[in-house]
Structure formats: C-alpha cells, structure tokens
Design a binder for this molecule. Structure first.
Ligand SMILES: NC(=O)c1ccc[n+]([C@@H]2O[C@H](COP(=O)([O-])OP(=O)(O)OC[C@H]3O[C@@H](n4cnc5c(N)ncnc54)[C@H](OP(=O)(O)O)[C@@H]3O)[C@@H](O)[C@H]2O)c1
Length: 314
C-alpha cells in the first residue's frame, strides 16, 4: 500500500513516519520548501506541489488547515482516502470525526476525507464515551493544561528559548489562558473546538464548558473534567467501567501518589485517568484528571488507528 504523509517533518508527521517506517508500506514524505531535500528515517522529504503530487492509497495530513484545504481534495480526487489532523474539515457533516474506539462505524467507502479530532478532545471523549453509556451525560466542565508541543515545532521552540513567537506571551514560568484565536463570544477557538467536537463524536447534545490553558510542559496534555449525569453514578462503578475500557489505563491511588502525569504518559498511546472523585454534594456528578500524549493518541496514533479501519475499504 502507498501512503503519503503531508507535513512529515513536523512534530506529528515525524511520529507517523517513525511508526509507519516499521511497516511494509511504501511511504511518500511531503513537506514545504523549508525542509525539502532533507532525509527522515532514511527517506527523502519532498516539497508538495502540482509536480510532486502522486496517486496514493492513503494520505495522512498534518501540515495545518491551510495546506489541508488546498491539497486534501486533490489527493482524494486521485483516489486516496485522506485522514486529516487539522481543523479544516471537522465541522463538515459529510466528514466523519473519528476516535476509533468510539465511532469506527462512521467510516465507509464514500468517506474519502476523515477528520482526526483535536488532541484535547480525543483524550476527553474516550472516558466520556464509556461513562455516557452507563449514565447519560448532561454537562461537562473542562479545564485543560496543554503542552507546548500542541502548537507544533514553533511552540516547542518558544518554551525552549523563552521567546513569544508562536504564543502571545512567553511560556517559560507562565500559564497562558488562551489557545488559538479569540472568538466574539469570549471563548477561544480551541475551547469551541472541544465543545463542537465532543457533541459530534459522542452523537449527543451534552452541555460543554471548556477553558484551555497552555502550560510550560514540553509534551502531553492534562485536563481536569467535571461530569454531570442524568442519573447517579458512583465512583466505584465508574472505576470498574474505566478499568475495562479499551484505550484507557487507570492510574488512581492518591494515597500512594499514583495519578497520570505528562512525564509518565510521554511517548505512549494510552489515555490515563486518575483522581476519580464523587461530587460530595451531588451523587449524579464525578470529577477526574486525564493525561495523554498529544502527539501520539492525540494525533499520530489516532490517525494510524483510523488508517487501519480505512484499509478495509481499499
Ligand atoms: N502538535 C499536536 O499536538 C497536534 C495534535 C493534533 C493535531 N495537530 C494538527 O496537526 C497539524 C500539524 O501539527 P504539528 O504540531 O506537527 O505542526 P509542525 O510541527 O509545525 O509541523 C508542520 C508541518 O507542516 C509542513 N508544512 C507547512 N507548510 C506546508 C506546505 N505548504 N506544504 C507542505 N507541508 C507544509 C511543515 O513542513 P516544513 O518542515 O517544511 O516547514 C511541517 O512538516 C496541525 O494541523 C495541527 O493542528 C497537532
């Protein structure tokens, strides 16, 4: 099978190349004119343009929305299934927004463009999906603690160098309560993405209030999540559900100081849950803390899991 990776030299692209280079697939690595000519895992990086465009079976995009809007349909017209990590197509009703453990059924022969959700959305959607099956969710209140790598190579450089090139303020010794652009309603686009995407993935009209914060951590996003259900759900029952849940690892023993943290989630593919607590004033509500590697389960791993489903239609 021939697979193109558009944005192969980026933080997400490199993770996809690392994984797929171990497979038997033929890989075509695309980038901009900046990285063209360099090699990655022994493969040459090619500038994406009309002359270098090739017919492939699957195209994995991680080069930002502008590049996706310009190039995704050109690949799909040549017959490729496109799996896109950007925000370009997530809101289109004909485009499935997929977390493979949750909604693989939304992919079929005709879904030539498939969207990977926002990195924070993926790690929050997964536990909510399993809990929602048990006790319908009414409302979710989220505060995210998002790593600098979530903003790509330039975000990581801002943290390393103490600069404010990608972010509106220096991130070193700081917390920035803004991720992505400001909207007229007072939220940021990142917060709005979480609200929209959780409803689309979970296929229900839950109420979502999100606050997204950039923190001076290199990699792995954390989120504090408060969930209100239609009916009572005990901490013990929730724990039993999450223990069995595909894609989730529980790390929940406060007395022994066991809970998810970026340093332990780094370079792994699971979504880690801990600090599971009952709302002491509401038997229909729980809180938890969730951490995942934004470059892996939040992007490259999720996209490659989608790719494995797509292969059934080729
Ligand atoms: N970082 C995350 O945690 C994360 C998580 C989920 C989704 N995403 C999404 O994934 C995408 C990539 O993110 P990232 O963090 O990997 O960004 P990044 O590190 O900044 O990498 C961007 C990549 O896009 C390439 N690119 C830029 N302009 C291009 C063009 N005109 N044609 C072809 N390639 C071009 C760059 O190539 P050069 O090396 O040549 O500049 C580089 O390979 C974004 O849409 C982002 O929203 C990121």
């Amino acid at each position: 099978m021939k697979i193109a990776i558009v944005g192969a030299s980026g933080l997400v692209g490199r993770k996809m190349v690392e994984t797929l280079n171990k497979s038997s697939h033929e890989l075509v690595l695309y980038c901009s004119n900046k990285s063209a000519g360099q090699t990655l895992n022994g493969l040459k990086l090619i500038e994406l343009n009309d002359k270098t465009l090739q017919k492939v079976d699957i195209a994995l995009f991680s080069a930002g929305s502008t590049v996706s809007k310009l190039w995704a349909k050109k690949f799909s017209k040549l017959g490729a299934f496109v799996i896109d990590n950007s925000n370009a197509f997530r809101r289109e009703t004909s485009v499935p927004l997929v977390v493979p453990e949750i909604n693989p059924h939304t992919i079929n022969n005709n879904t030539k463009i498939i969207a990977n959700p926002n990195c924070s959305t993926i790690q929050i959607a997964l536990p909510l999906f399993y809990l929602n099956k048990q006790a319908k969710i009414k409302k979710v209140i989220i505060s995210t603690y998002q790593a600098s790598s979530g903003a790509g190579k330039k975000g990581l450089l801002d943290l390393e160098n103490g600069t404010a090139v990608k972010f509106p303020h220096p991130l070193t010794d700081n917390l920035i309560p803004q991720i992505d652009i400001a909207l007229e309603n007072g939220y940021t686009l990142e917060e709005d993405k979480m609200r929209f995407e959780l409803k689309k993935i979970l296929e229900c009209n839950i109420s979502v209030v999100a606050t997204a914060i950039r923190v001076p951590v290199k990699n792995c996003h954390g989120a504090s999540v408060y969930v209100e259900f239609e009916k009572p759900l005990s901490k013990e029952k929730a724990k039993a559900i999450l223990l069995k849940a595909n894609g989730i690892t529980l790390q929940d023993n406060l007395e022994k100081a066991i809970y998810p943290m970026p340093i332990s989630a780094n370079n792994t593919d699971q979504v880690y849950i801990g600090r599971l607590r009952q709302d002491l004033d509401n038997e229909k509500a729980l809180s938890f803390w969730v951490v995942a590697d934004n470059l892996r389960k939040g992007a490259s791993t999720n996209a490659i899991q989608i790719m494995e489903i797509v292969k059934n239609f080729i």
